[in-house]
Design a protein around this ligand. Sequence first.
Ligand code: NAD
Length: 492
Amino acid sequence: MTVDQLEPALAAHYEPLINGEFRSISTETFPAVDAATGARLATITRGGAADVDAAVAAARAAFPKWAATRPEERSLLLHRLADWIEANAERLAAIDTMDIGRTIFETPLDHRIAVGQYRFFASAAVTHDGWNHPVAGGWAIAKREPIGVVGQIIPWNVPAIMTAFKLAPALAAGNTVVLKPDENASLSTLELCTKLAELFPPGVVNVVPGFGDEAGAALTAHPDVDKLAFTGSAEVGRLVAHAGAERLVPVSLELGGKSPNIVFPDIEDLDRVIDNATFAATYCNGQSCLAGTRLFVHDDLYDDFLGKLSASFQGVRVGSPLDPATRLGCLVSEKQGRRVLDYIASGRSDSSLVTGGGRAAVSGSEHGWFIEPTVFETENSSRIAQEEIFGPVLSVIRWKDYDALIDQANDVEYGLAAGVYTTNLKNAMRTADRLHAGSVWVNQYFNLVDGSPFGGYKGSGLGREYCKETLDMYTQLKSIVLAEELPPPLFG
Ligand code: NAD
């Protein structure tokens, strides 16, 4: 699909969704640009503090009625939203591909994951119970109640998944929402708004596009928001946590990662491990918080492994994101491209470049920041092994001693995910136990399962998404104790 084919299906301009209407107070706009070609796709209202105010007021007004709806009603609406995404997934995926430069091979999966999230929380909503317990002469009940107005801020790398991760549990639990998408990747979320406006009562879901230090900061600091949920960088995550602390409102955070991916010497199928480790580092053009970017390879097979890994990276086809044969598209922006090249320069200074290491040119997509799939041999202490790069750059580290391996794997500020390749059950279980990571995948990286808790240890965040416990984060418990009789008098 090309921009021309899509043009009639994209609006020329997108407004915020506030109180069921597409309107804005801000008169400023910003462009949505094709990441590969630089073509202007649409303009978007640059929401500001006044738009956030209006959206929060609408969400506040809608809250009592929405909180009182039966979970079955909320569930039905989430299923209808999922139906619409399924019916429009191809088009939404093409929009994401142009908006952010990720390949058309990958982006349909984002929408399948999003559908899974809306359906999962549609089901979980109707079974998310509190607690009750008979006590002598009565009952003790703990009732789950929605928290109120939730402010949500998401990044650009997987916009459909991030939107679903935030909206599905918050709405299922009976909260009302103000969501701010990322300024680099708003289009598919704004397209979704057409269906959100049709399905949900006015004010239940509000979406204010705009910049982080404007709409984002206004939402974070807003005095009438009851909970904040953020996905993005650790730097901004800290600002959001501070804002939550100022007003004593709960905050959930999904932040960065620098995940270890560990190869034991007992693996049987070297080629398939290499294929999966390549995928772990290059999926999403490497712009995934989950990416397996530190590959620990055992000394016994290291040299053979590295040679084949280099060939595997060279085989990753870089090209136009809209070409179905492409496996690596372009980074989201020039800023991201320059950041990744800066890390590559740092790697050249203290590590050994195995393959890649430069910007790639793609005919017809000259605007795009395509980065060659890159492998370095390095130490765990190097800058490229310690910091999140968010590009297709893999650090390979040799290991011999098991305890030293575990120490190194855990020796980063993050703890989001980890991979282990082994045919030995004891290696798998013992290593999974000892890694400081929210998700550990044995023998298949990125093995995401609906309902399996997703979130980080250490600097990777606070809270868990993707699972029924997420509904706990979007509700609070109220204890009610019922006594059949008044107590016997105490005072005469
Ligand atoms: P970012 O933190 O700069 O931006 C994320 C969002 O925060 C955007 O919507 C942005 O507009 C907003 N924002 C920026 N400054 C703000 C401020 N002062 N106040 C309020 N909001 C503000 O991150 P990014 O560069 O867009 O995304 C990349 C980062 O996100 C990476 O570190 C990556 O690991 C992380 N990430 C984590 C997950 C996860 O689930 N753990 C998923 C995707 C991305």
